[in-house]
Design a binder for this molecule. Structure first.
Ligand code: 5AD
Ligand code: SF4
Length: 438
């Protein structure tokens, strides 16, 4: 019996697919390496309409396959299914779907499959429980050695007016620090070299627990002190919650990567207010200043959205201006996409042509910045974790500050730290060679 998982969306989903894989393996399935599979799971995303349309297109293609192989199990899980009325809509449009589970119901997958196999019953489960219990000791079939993801919290409380996440993932729930620390210790013992802590807003970690000593700064410090040759990253930080204590802890420990993903979304105070972000451009610039005072080489990456309702040319120019000022080491840029049920979807929308022109301008601006930053890496040596072989003899890995570097070497080096001299840069790409220099 073979399984296939199609994963869409963020790192959280990629990690949750490792959990889905484990559930399927426990039932006796193995990963398919061609188009012969007995079950296919779609781990879905709905952050933008483009994501959803792509997934729906892929599900639609299964109609034919299911006709020729009626025993094929089709499961649709994750964020997309948690939107109001979505499960019904999916089943109406694609009656051949067997299982639908929300992002907070993944533990039901094994039962749902058994239920289908033994009682021919479909399972459709997307309850709107905003604060489900945290399940500990989840097993994962991890596939990205030497990197591992560790969830530190689930859900989001922020209700940015454009965002669907709080509706489909529920309120913030933090794991107990001891559970996180034990998981990280085990991973390090198993040989993982880089752990990325995951949460929608890691800086509010612990706010929902009744103990003022449980907060993100203290968690980071405990994790930084685990002995061994490894490093720790985290994402995502919200500018309203990233405090000086956290910045100090990151600066203090070599095991904590000097890399902060800090979505700005917009450079206009009016738009930030309408987005319900709870910070101004001035606050944002102040945080960047503090980070750079304490960690001059810290890579700051961001998410930026254009075309939010009411965004004038002046608002957009404020975004361009802050992009020029901050010089992000990387930026994910998005066209605002109205999401049903969110406040912003009810506001007056901007024509697509304007959004499209703005994003092109923004991408052009950021590309120039990335290019000149890349150039500044040339001639310097960085410690890189060798993560992957691109093709025989070609390796790639990341610097502490998060930049991807390509260099030559044998695949045995994957999972080790090497010093790399950057010899060439090409827009966002860095190339180098292994060196003994430091
Ligand atoms: N439209 C476009 N982009 C969005 N994001 C979140 N919601 C939307 C939306 N409705 C972006 C934000 C967020 C990133 C993960 O996705 O920039 O930080
Ligand atoms: Fe969405 Fe805002 Fe929560 Fe991020 S912080 S998941 S953008 S609501």
């Amino acid at each position: 019996m073979f399984y296939k998982i199609n994963t869409y969306g963020c790192q959280m989903n990629v990690h949750e697919s490792e959990r889905i894989a484990k559930s399927l393996e426990k039932l006796g399935y193995t990963l398919a390496n061609d188009d012969n599979y007995d079950i296919i799971v779609f781990n879905t995303c709905c952050i933008r309409d483009t994501a959803e349309q792509k997934i729906l297109g892929h599900i639609g293609k299964l109609k034919k396959i299911k006709k020729s192989n009626p025993k094929l199990i089709i499961a649709i899980v994750g964020c997309m299914t948690g939107q109001a009325g979505k499960a019904e809509e999916l089943l109406k449009k694609y009656p051949f779907i067997d299982i639908v589970l929300g992002a907070n119901n993944l533990e039901e997958l094994e039962y749902a499959i058994l239920n289908l196999q033994t009682r021919h019953k479909k399972t459709i489960l997307t309850p709107n429980d905003e604060k489900p219990e945290i399940i500990e000791n989840i097993e994962y079939s991890r596939t990205s050695m030497p990197n591992a993801w560790v969830n530190i919290m689930y859900g989001c409380n922020n209700f940015c007016t454009y965002c669907i996440v709080p509706f489909v993932r529920g309120r913030e729930r933090s794991r107990q620090p001891q559970a996180i620390i034990s998981e990280c210790e085990s991973l390090i013992k198993e040989g993982y070299k880089e752990i990325t802590l995951l949460g929608q807003n890691v800086n509010s970690y612990g706010n929902d627990l009744d103990d003022e000593n449980i907060n993100f700064a203290n968690l980071l410090e405990s994790l930084a002190q685990i002995p061994g040759d490894h490093r720790i990253r985290f994402m995502t930080s919200h500018p309203k919650d990233l405090n000086e204590k956290v910045i100090d802890i990151i600066a203090k420990y070599d095991t904590l990567c000097k890399n902060i993903h800090l979505p700005i979304q917009s450079g206009s105070n009016k738009i930030l207010k309408d987005m319900n972000r709870h910070y101004t451009r001035e606050n944002y610039l102040e945080i960047v200043k503090k980070i750079r005072e304490k960690m001059p080489l810290c890579g700051i990456t961001t998410d930026i959205m254009v075309g939010f309702p009411g965004e004038s040319e002046e608002d957009f120019n404020d975004t361009l201006d802050i992009v020029r000022q901050v010089k992000f080491s990387g930026a994910f840029t998005y066209i605002y996409s109205p999401r049903k049920g969110t406040k912003a979807s009810l506001m007056e929308q901007i024509p697509y042509e304007i959004k499209s022109k703005r994003i092109q301008k923004l991408i052009k601006e950021q590309n120039q910045i990335t290019k000149s930053l890349s150039k500044s890496y040339e001639g310097n040596v960085y410690r890189v974790l060798v993560e992957d072989t691109k093709e025989e003899g070609n390796l790639c890995g990341r610097t502490d500050c998060g930049r991807l570097v390509t260099f030559s070497g044998s695949s045995e080096l994957v999972g080790t730290f090497k010093n790399i001299l950057i010899t060439k840069s090409q827009s966002a790409s860095l190339f180098g060679r292994i060196t003994e220099e430091k």
